[in-house]
Write a new protein. Structure first.
Length: 268
């Protein structure tokens, strides 16, 4: 069995020997590194289209050869020699619309926290550059439209979630980021939760002491008047983030903590 060359992908710097293939496996992604003087080659493929089958462990191993015909190649050339690789987690480049596997209802005047995990994206840096050379998802999510009308809304990724209210029951899978979503139903009837849009640009990423990736809590308050439904990012971090390390700031700063004044398209 090949030796795993990493202990913590999100904090390790990888010194890879030239003219050798290295295989990184995370989530559904199989990614190969290869470099020679002034050149980096990245080969990849996705092993499954089933989110539930993501691997539980992240591995980096040295391999003798690869099957190039089954892999997609991204080639980079540059003026300086580079042997050091850093792989850091990031959120998707679009919002992710998460839908539960089964219908979920929240009674009137109740509040609950659901835990939703979504695939992590990889930002790959060479040497000590500030800008990533390559960004790549660990799972190939399908496209979906999020909005009340075909001409009102935005293109997003589609994902599925189990809607666990008990964190202990949430499957722990490598290549996923956990987002706590606090939902409050101030309406007069049951709230049918059919989909949630995870606002990736507004969320930071934390690494917990047990090496899990988390974001801050997303808070959704559904009011009697649906036009006053509010979504915000809570300033207080989830208790599981005690002692956690901040790995990345959000792309977009939300100074008021209120993502949208009203998003009545959130619930159908």
């Amino acid at each position: 069995m090949s030796t795993n060359l990493i202990t913590n992908l999100w904090q390790d710097d990888l010194a890879l020997e030239s003219e050798n293939y290295y295989k990184l496996q995370i989530g559904a992604l199989e990614l190969y590194f290869y470099h020679i003087e002034y050149e980096w080659l990245f080969y990849h493929r996705f092993l499954t289209s089933d989110e539930a089958k993501n691997e539980k462990k992240i591995t980096l191993t040295k391999v003798k050869k690869i099957d190039r015909e089954k892999l997609e190649l991204k080639r980079f050339v540059q003026s300086n020699q580079a042997e050091l690789i850093k792989v850091r987690p990031k959120l998707a480049d679009r919002n992710i619309v998460a839908k539960p596997h089964e219908p979920v209802f929240l009674p009137s005047k109740q509040s609950i926290v659901l835990y939703i995990s979504t695939p992590v994206w990889l930002a790959i840096f060479v040497n000590y550059d500030d800008k990533s050379l390559l960004d790549l998802s660990t799972f190939q999510l399908p496209d979906t439209w999020f909005g009340p009308k075909p001409h009102v809304g935005e293109l997003c990724y589609a994902s599925r979630f189990s809607g666990r209210a008990n964190l202990d029951l949430l499957p722990r899978r490598a290549g996923r980021i956990i987002t706590p979503v606090k939902i409050t139903n101030n309406g007069t009837d049951n709230l049918k939760l059919e989909k949630l849009s995870i606002p990736c640009d507004y969320l930071s990423i934390y690494l917990t002491q047990n090496d899990e990736l988390w974001t801050p809590t997303l808070s959704v308050s559904r009011e009697t008047d649906s036009s006053k439904t509010q979504v915000k990012i809570e300033q207080a971090l989830h208790p599981k983030l005690e002692g956690a390390k901040l790995l990345s700031e959000p792309k977009v700063s939300d100074k008021n903590g209120l993502l949208l004044k009203t998003i009545n398209m959130l619930f159908d």
